[in-house]
Design a protein around this ligand. Sequence first.
Ligand SMILES: Cc1cc2nc3c(=O)[nH]c(=O)nc-3n(C[C@H](O)[C@H](O)[C@H](O)COP(=O)(O)OP(=O)(O)OC[C@H]3O[C@@H](n4cnc5c(N)ncnc54)[C@H](O)[C@@H]3O)c2cc1C
Length: 500
Amino acid sequence: MIRNILVLGAGSAGLLAALSIKRKIPAVNVRIIRSPELGVIGVGEGTTPNFPRHLFDYLGISKKRFYQLAEPTWKLGIRFLWGTRKRFDYAFSHQLDAQWSDLPRPNGFYCDDDFSSIDLPTSLMRENKVFPRQPNGAPDVQPWHAFHIENEKFVNVLETIAREAGVEIIDGKVNGSERGNHGITAVHLEDGQRLEADFFVDASGFRSELLGKALEEPFISFDKNLFCDRAVIGGWERTNEPILPYTTAEAMDAGWAWQIEHEHHVNRGYVYSSQAISDDDAAHEFLTKNPKAPQQPRIVKFTSGCRRRMWVDNVVAIGNAGGFVEPLEATALMIVCSQTQTLVDFLIHTELDPTPGMRDLYNQLTHSTWIEIRDFLALHYKANRTANTPFWRHCQQDTDVSNIADLIAFYEENGPTGFCRYRMPNAQTDFGIEGYLVMLIGNQWPHRRPYKPSLQEWNIWNQHRAHLMHTAQAGLTVKESLAYIQHPGWQWNSDLAKTT
Ligand SMILES: Cc1cc2nc3c(=O)[nH]c(=O)nc-3n(C[C@H](O)[C@H](O)[C@H](O)COP(=O)(O)OP(=O)(O)OC[C@H]3O[C@@H](n4cnc5c(N)ncnc54)[C@H](O)[C@@H]3O)c2cc1C
């Protein structure tokens, strides 16, 4: 029976895991051990919609307080400057796996040429607006958004809320552990302390101190699917740039660059393959494109892949300690939230005495999530058919997407039908069939069912789009919406009756 949980690491993964466990299972004693000397990775600023849902719906954090302390901005999706179209938008909504009741085909069949403003979120993205306007002029804050959030501010907010919830945070550096019959029994700190627990959450980032180092759980590399292994990072204080309501992902010579929008700061980074370009050349390409970035940008190295199992004996890894993929779809915090919820469910369901069968099931579920994300990201590379550098030619030819070959073959045979969902992997991510369809249609992946709508159908289609664009044009920008929600009188309905 688990009574004492020790979380190793106080990055966003460790803090989110500790807070979630304590909130949902208050009887358990939760402590965090973290090394101020090692610090946190300090990147990780784009999210998916399950992130605000986790904070507000699952953890019950007050929106008013969170917005005040963490200062997030809203992300409606990703703008890809990528592929044969040069530009397409992927919103967290149902733009393609949807159909107007007065048209005979799903939306995807009308997007061969123009793939923009398909639904309200993509129309808002096109108009640089974030939310539609209510009759009283205020933003109608919709649930189909994620956040852009500064990592340092986020970690500080989580630390405050975790302490208030009763999580103890201890400073110290772990330099060893003790093993017993059921896993790890204690960790040793550099200052000589020994901390015991019944259950350990390894959130030590890339160091993977417990699952990787102590228990030696093998690492499965994704190097056949994802070739990038480094990032140049550099941002600048915002001057007159508009705050865009989306993340930008832009193809570069040997990878791609993100742009993440904070209220006062623009965050840029170039994810690249060290096999295809040197650090110096990547930094040069990055700085040429972003002259406002600092002249000595930071370089972060990473390896894409995950541990074979996330839960071994009495150790569960959350965050980068369990696995990592590049931030092309900002999946890391999404996985942290979903795996934390699954872990909490399993602990509650087994009355804090998890069985081997539940542990195996957890490993099966979490592994399939990692594999789905790997394959989804791999498709981004495979599908970019502009292939004008050796890196992109290599991606087009050699990216392994064999795991989703059935889905691709079905799409090629049948076109952008929602029935593709029955050929896709079955994992719990925010993407689903919509993500695959956006990537295939956005990149004009060829299929054998081109559809020629009648003139009347085009008229109906264009009327719908005109209406959406009209609503979007009347919407509010991020800056205007922030002014509303930062006003002292602004009330979030979901905060009424909450105290956090
Ligand atoms: C280039 C890049 C861009 C990214 N962009 C995104 C993004 O847009 N969206 C997203 O969701 N994610 C992104 N990520 C992932 C992001 O880094 C993680 O989601 C997130 O920060 C979680 O990190 P973590 O808590 O697992 O690890 P860390 O932040 O590294 O925290 C590890 C913790 O463990 C502690 N620790 C380690 N070893 C010891 C020890 N021996 N003793 C004591 N304490 C120890 C450290 O002190 C620290 O507190 C990105 C990552 C990279 C590399």
